[in-house]
Design a protein around this ligand. Structure first.
Ligand code: PMP
Length: 440
């Protein structure tokens, strides 16, 4: 039974368990946005496997692709050999890539996690440029292996860190707790000015950059969308200095932000995109796509056993095609805007809501202490204990939400793109109720 499962898991698994700690439930069934526990309780899942489940749990299109592949007798594991499934996945993916990128794209299958693709992208650019340095941002999250972790900005619980000496950390424009004491577009402009000045300052200590790696919307950093103009500035600054620009779309990809890929909002053409999570349609898959002139690796320069998960490719191809055919990115934009505006309207009633932001269905609600002193941009002090109470209150009300952000004080909503209007209303009702209860 569920209690025995929980007990055994608690006693045997590492103390680094996170989600299991916040959500002491034993899921037995899941469909769409609904997860059912062993005790029969049902939850609306706004975590979606940390943003993986673009179509929710066990979507018929994904199940059908998996069954078809299993029945076909195709090899489930065949290293990096060419297969019809790999060809089909690559076609489906390349069909969606941004204009100006798709026609010159190459793909490297990594595996199996997002962090593997980040490592591959950084190393690819180090090979291509002969340089070692990495430009990364405050609040960034790129993964848990050495190179990706060095580029990750939220380091509080992750020490000891690998050698991060080659990473230069730059200020991500975070309009609420702005790095330069000025919010909005002006704050983002100052972040860009600082970046450019630092790169050109011979005394700045910047290790010659092989790449800049950036999220168009920071996910773990607290659902912080970068202004499009700022991203275009990063493109200009890197292009002028021949620094390859890697956009980490591990969490933002496959329609989540209201466009198939988050870079499409700004119209920039990156040199590489790191993709994982939703591209595997619930199964592990990670790739780097990059412009052909960076294709400088010798055979064997970057390997890994699990570079070809046939089932993940089949599920991923089905997911990509379904998202494109059903216009789910547009749907994410519309539902996301509705959720965000209703939450924004709540701020007067619930002053613990300091900020509501996001793009599409990547939404953050930053909880604050309304009795505290505002900082230079008017942001109130973070309220991490309140946030933990809100998360627990949501779970009691049948809603799974995770926390994130620089101070673990941002309630993050990552529902599937297939969320219905009724489910969106239920999410809003339960979340509002949980915030009101925790704040009172
Ligand atoms: N990049 C981003 C933007 C992510 O959000 C994550 C995971 N949250 C990763 C990389 C790392 O992916 P994984 O956990 O699969 O290694």
């Amino acid at each position: 039974d569920g209690d025995a499962v929980l007990r055994r898991q608690r006693s045997r698994e590492s103390s680094a368990r996170t989600y299991a700690r916040s959500f002491p439930i034993v899921p037995v069934r899941a469909h769409g946005m609904t997860v059912e526990g062993a005790d029969g309780r049902r939850y609306l899942d706004c975590l979606s496997g940390a943003g993986t489940l673009a179509l929710g749990h066990n979507h018929p299109v994904v199940l059908e692709a998996l069954r078809r592949t299993l029945d076909s007798g195709a090899p489930l594991h065949i290293l990096d050999l060419a297969t019809a499934e790999k060809d089909d996945f690559t076609n489906a993916l390349f069909d969606t890539l941004p204009t100006g990128f798709a026609d010159r794209a190459r793909i490297h299958f990594c595996g199996p996690a997002g962090t593997d693709a980040v490592e591959a992208a950084l190393k690819l650019m180090q090979t291509a440029t002969g340089r070692r340095g990495v430009l990364a941002f405050t609040g960034a999250y790129h993964g848990m292996t050495a190179g990706a972790l060095a580029a990750t900005g939220n380091v509080a619980v992750k020490e000891p860190l690998p050698t991060a000496g080659e990473v230069t950390r730059l200020p991500y424009p975070y309009p609420y707790r702005c790095p330069f004491g000025v919010g909005g577009e002006r704050g983002a402009e100052l972040s860009a000015v600082y970046t450019e000045r630092l790169l050109d300052d011979p005394s700045g200590g910047v290790v010659a950059p092989a790449a800049m790696i950036v999220e168009a919307v920071q996910g773990e950093g607290g659902a912080v969308p970068a202004p499009d103009g700022w991203l275009r500035e990063m493109r200009r600054i890197t292009a002028e200095r021949s620094i390859p620009l890697i956009v980490d779309e591990v969490q933002t990809g496959v329609g989540r932000t209201g466009a198939m890929w988050a870079v499409q909002h700004s119209g920039i053409v990156p040199d590489a995109m790191v993709l994982s999570k939703a591209i595997g349609g619930s199964l592990p898959l990670a790739v780097v796509v990059y412009r052909d002139d960076y294709d400088g690796w010798l055979p064997g320069a970057h390997t890994g056993t699990f570079r070809g998960n046939t089932l993940a490719m089949a599920a991923g191809a089905a997911t990509l095609r379904f998202v494109a055919a059903e216009g789910l990115a547009e749907r994410a934009a519309a539902v996301g805007a509705r959720i965000t505006s209703r939450l924004t309207a709540l701020r007067t009633e619930l002053p613990v809501i300091g900020d509501v932001r996001g793009r599409g269905l990547m939404i953050g609600v930053e909880l604050v202490d309304p009795a505290g002193e505002p900082d230079a941009c008017g942001a109130l002090p973070p309220a991490p204990e309140l946030a933990v109470r809100v998360r627990a209150g949501c779970l009691e009300r049948g809603l799974i939400v995770e926390l994130g952000g620089r101070h673990d004080t941002v309630v993050r909503l990552l529902p599937p793109l297939t969320i219905s209007d009724e489910q969106a209303d239920a999410v809003l009702d339960r979340l509002t109720d949980a915030i009101a209860a925790a704040a009172s």
